[in-house]
Design a protein around this ligand. Sequence first.
Ligand SMILES: Cc1cc2nc3c(=O)[nH]c(=O)nc-3n(C[C@H](O)[C@H](O)[C@H](O)COP(=O)(O)OP(=O)(O)OC[C@H]3O[C@@H](n4cnc5c(N)ncnc54)[C@H](O)[C@@H]3O)c2cc1C
Length: 234
Amino acid sequence: MITRVRDDYDVLIVGGGTAGAIAGIASARTGARTLVVESAGYLGGILSFGMSLIGSVDNDGRWALGGIGRELADRLKAKGEATAAQMSPLWNSILAQAPEATRIELLRMCEESGANLLLHTMLVDAVTTGGHVTHVVVANKAGLEVIPASVFVDASGDADLVARAGGEWYFGRQEDGLAQPSSRIFMVGGVRFSETLEHLEDAPTVLRHFYEILRPGGLSAPRTPIWSIRPISF
Ligand SMILES: Cc1cc2nc3c(=O)[nH]c(=O)nc-3n(C[C@H](O)[C@H](O)[C@H](O)COP(=O)(O)OP(=O)(O)OC[C@H]3O[C@@H](n4cnc5c(N)ncnc54)[C@H](O)[C@@H]3O)c2cc1C
């Protein structure tokens, strides 16, 4: 049962990950009444879950990342919460940021822009008229709410809004439906950095050990593993 119909917005963004939070900031900065609906209790999605930014600088050291994404990186760096973009001797550039600080900084930037947020709120349905989305239905502790808007942006990372609105979607590779294996991402402290780098330069040996772990009878992987370790330091 619907518990409430909210005021309408000019722009409603589903998902407050990197794409959604930044779309929300960009939209609100133009003066549009903007709402970001996010199922988690924080902004930044995968980025503020512990992801680092790869390829923000090209191989010639020129910034490839611009706009509000760059602004976020600069703000975090100024607070000592992100590294400079570091050229890896083995792989392309990497810029690492502290996950908690990224969440806080994105909240600050949203607040400064005037974007409204609905955290802990999940899109569960979409209402369409003539092939256009007119309202979304969201669920949170208040129950089921309806929110109208003029423009909707699907930044759910999973095309949730597209699917609920009856749009076309597909999962994985078109020929066989397989998706990219997910990475195991973690942070460790107390690493002897230069020795680690030396070790990694012997990548084929490390890779061989990895394949040995996945030998028959051992652990199994559904797909050929893609292997990379990206050492970074704050
Ligand atoms: C395991 C893994 C490793 C990766 N490695 C790298 C890497 O090393 N470097 C790199 O640059 N990129 C990497 N990527 C890709 C990168 O993380 C994504 O491209 C990027 O995070 C996409 O941002 P996004 O905002 O579109 O989606 P997400 O970050 O996924 O954000 C989507 C947001 O929408 C919210 N949401 C989802 N459904 C709903 C709903 N129904 N209602 C409300 N909210 C909803 C989610 O809670 C989430 O906050 C990796 C991705 C994964 C999963």
